[in-house]
Design a protein around this ligand. Sequence first.
Ligand code: NI
Length: 433
Amino acid sequence: MRTDAIGVTARWAIPPGSSALGDALTARVSEAVRGFAAAHGTTWSPGVDLVAGGVATPCAGGAAFAPSTTRLTITCSVVVASGPVVGERMVVTSTEPGASATVQREVWYSDAAGGAVLTGTDLYDAGTERRVLGLVTEGLREAGRVAAADDPFSGLDAASARALLADSAATGAGVVVTLAVPGAARAGPTSVHLPARLLAPFLSDAGRTVLTAAASGDPYAPPDAPAGADPIDCTLTACASITFDDGPSSLTAGLLDLLDDERVPATFYVQGAYVSRNPGTAARAVAAGHELGNHTWGHPDLTKLTDDEVRREVVSTQQAIADATGVRAASIRPPYGASDQRVRELVDLPFVVWDVDTRDWQDPGVDVVVERAVGQAARGSVILMHDTHGDTVAAVPDVIDGLRARGFELATVSGQFDGRLPGPGELVGHGPR
Ligand code: NI
C-alpha cells in the first residue's frame, strides 16, 4: 500500500511548573513523534483539529498530518497523584499497513520533594525483576490465564524482564503490572495486581516512597510554580497567544485570577500612563509569568507624530514598565496596529501586531468574542483582545477551553519564538508556522 501521509496524535500531561518529570515526558513524546516522522521520510510539524472529540486536560496534546493507516498514537492517563508523587502512564502505539501494532507501555513517576524521575521498573530494586515477574506468574495462574506448570517468563534476560515491568502502576494497595504475556493465546495486555506485602522485599527506596504516597490518599501537592514556568515547546505542539491591550485597568486583577486558575500565560500590551497608575497590577502580571509589551504612553497613532514624539511615547512607557516590574518590555504593539517604515526605524523593539482580531472593543457579546478567538486561530496565532472590556474578561475561560480543545497550547508571544523574537523594527503578525 502506498503511504503518502502518516497520522500522529499525542496526548500527555505535564505537571505544573518546570520539573524533571515534565521534561522527561516531553522528551519521550518528542523522541517518539520526531522519530516516527523521520522513519517515514518526513519531519514533524504540529497541527490542530485532528484529535476526534477534542483534547481535554489533564492529557492535552498535539497532532499532525492527515489520518492514515500509518500512524503513531500516544495516550496518557494519570495513575496516581497523591502527596508529592505523581505517576503518569504513556502508551505509545505505532501502526504500519499490513503489520500488527507495536505497543510500548510505561508509567513515569516523579517525587516532587526529591525531583527525581522514575519509570515503573525503578519501583523495584535492580536485580529483583525476575522475582517480581514470579509474583506476576502466580497472579496469572490464580486467574487461570496460564497453566499451573507454565512459566511464561522463563529464559528472559534481565533487560527484557525490566522492560516487561515498565507499566507498573502504584495503587493504594500495591502495584498493578500491565504487560503483554509472552506466548499468551489472548492478544493484548494483561493486568495483574501485586499486593504491597508480597512486593515489600523487592521495592527500591523510591518504590517505597511512591507506594507510601499512593496509600496515603493525600491530595496531590504540586510544587508552587507560576504558569509562565510551565514548559511549552511550540515546535512540538501548535501554539497560540492571547494578548490584551490598553491596560492595566480595574478589570486586569480579575483577569489575572482567571489566568492563574487556568495556568495560562498571556501577553499584555500596556500603556505607560496606566502602568504608572497601577504598578502593582503590572508587577503581579510579571510575577505570574505573563509577558508585558509596550503599547505607548497615551495611545496615539504613531505614524502621525514627529520623530521626537514617537521616541517619547515609547521610552516613557519602557521606563514605566521597568519601574513597576523590573523587566524590560521585549516588543511594542503600536496603537491601532499603525506603523510605517519611519516609525519602525525609530524604535528599538520588534512591532508585534496580530492575525486574529476579536473586535471585542465593539462589545459584540461574550459568545462572539469566543467564536472569533477560537474559530479563527491557526498555528502561531496572536489573538487581539482588550482587558478594558468586561465581556472580554468573561469570555476568557471559554476562549482558553476552546483553544485547548482544538489542540493549541497557549504561550506568550516571546514564548512562541522560544524567547528569541525577531529583531528591532521587524513587523510580526504571528508566531512561527
Ligand atoms: Ni490599543
